[in-house]
Write a protein that binds this ligand. Structure first.
Ligand code: FES
Length: 145
């Protein structure tokens, strides 16, 4: 059996929603301190709906495929629904990732959540802090590596 599904290969070779949004309403970034890969998400929100979403990913093929699929999954969705996106949903939509590549899909979830948090913060919208993961203390990881 092939290591990567056809969907992973398709989204890796033809990633959807690549780029930036100059006047984004929310921008979020997530990085993996272990592999060094970085993902950045730009959101355009109107009428409480994700009107547009773009990404820039400096990372492995699985991270690129995950970014592409994640943006497709939240585009056009109400903010409350899009915010519920999990890395599990991204992985399932890609017809799976090898176990040792699952962390690549976590980057997509984290970057999208960070972008929504930025949107809420910029617009003074109150939110439940528990919706957002605590920031990872990379200094700690480096010290204990
Ligand atoms: Fe770093 Fe995939 S190996 S995100």
């Amino acid at each position: 059996m092939a290591l990567y599904s056809e969907k992973v290969m398709d989204h890796f070779r033809n990633p959807r929603n690549v780029g930036i949004i100059e006047d984004a309403d929310g921008v979020g970034e997530a990085g993996n301190p272990v592999c060094g890969d970085i993902m950045k998400i730009y959101l355009k929100i109107d009428d409480d709906t994700v009107k547009d979403v773009r990404f820039e990913t400096f990372g492995c093929g699985s991270a690129i495929a995950s970014s592409s699929m994640a943006t497709e999954l939240i585009k056009g969705k109400p903010v409350s629904e899009a915010l519920g996106l999990t890395n599990k949903a991204v992985t399932e939509a890609l017809d799976g990732l090898p176990a040792y590549k699952l962390h690549c899909s976590v980057l997509a979830e984290e970057a999208i959540k960070a972008a929504f948090k930025d949107y809420y913060d910029k617009n003074g919208i109150e939110y439940d802090e528990s919706l957002f993961p605590k920031e990872v203390d990379c200094a700690h990881c480096v010290e204990t590596a």
